[in-house]
Design a protein. Sequence first.
Length: 250
Amino acid sequence: MLVRQGTHRNEKIDRGLAASLAAIAGALNASAFYAVGFFSANMTGNVSTLSDHLAVGQWLSALFYSGIVVAFILGSAVSTLIVNEGRRRSVHAIYAYSILTEAALLALLGCADLWLLAAWRVPVLVLGLAFLMGVQNAVVTRISDARVRTTHVSGMATDLGIELGIAFDILRGHEPEAEARHNLSKLRLHFYTIVAFLTGGILGVLIYRAVGGYLLILAATLLTMIALDAIRRAKGAASAVGTFQSDLHP
C-alpha cells in the first residue's frame, strides 16, 4: 500500500490504503471532537469557524483556529520534505517511513493526552492531531496521485457524486460503455473510503470513551504495523531485483 506510486498502483492497493488509513483518521478525528470539541482534519469547517470569529472580533478564538489550519499545512509541508528527500536518495519505502514518523509522533501525543495537565491538554491534542493529519493526507495524496484522501471526506463525497452521475449517463447510453469498468472502480474506492472513515469514527469514540488517550497509542501501533509491513515488502522487492541483476551480470 505504501510502496508503489501513481500509475504503478492498482484498484486493490488503493482500496486497502483507503480502508486502513481512512478508518484510523476517522477514529482520531471523531474521538478528538468527542474529547475536546474540535475537529483536527476538517479544514473547511475550521476556516469557516475562523471567519466567523474574525467577523465578530473574537480574536483569541480566531488565533486558535488559525493555529489548527497552520498546523495542518505544516504537517503537509513536512511530509512533502521527507518524501522529496527520500526520493532523491532512492529510498523506495519513503512513504512508509513517513507514516512510521506519524505513528511515533502520535504515540507521544497519546502520552501527552494521558498525562498532560488539563490546561495544556486541549491545544496540544488538537494542534498535534491537525499536524499529523496533514502529514498523513500529504503522504496518501502523493502516493496515489490524489485518487485517495483519508483524513476528510468532502473530496471523496464530491467524487462519489460525480461518478454516480457518470454511471447514470452510462446506463442511459449517453457515455460509452467502455467507461463502465473504470467508473465502477472509482465508485468502489470512494464508497469504501467514506464507509471506512465513518466506521473508524464510530469505533474511535467508543474506544476513547473506554480507554481515553490509549486510543492514540493503539492507532499509532496500527500505523506502525502498516508501515513496517510496507518497509519489509520494499526491502524484499529490492533484494529480489538485486539478485536478478547479479544473475544477469555475474
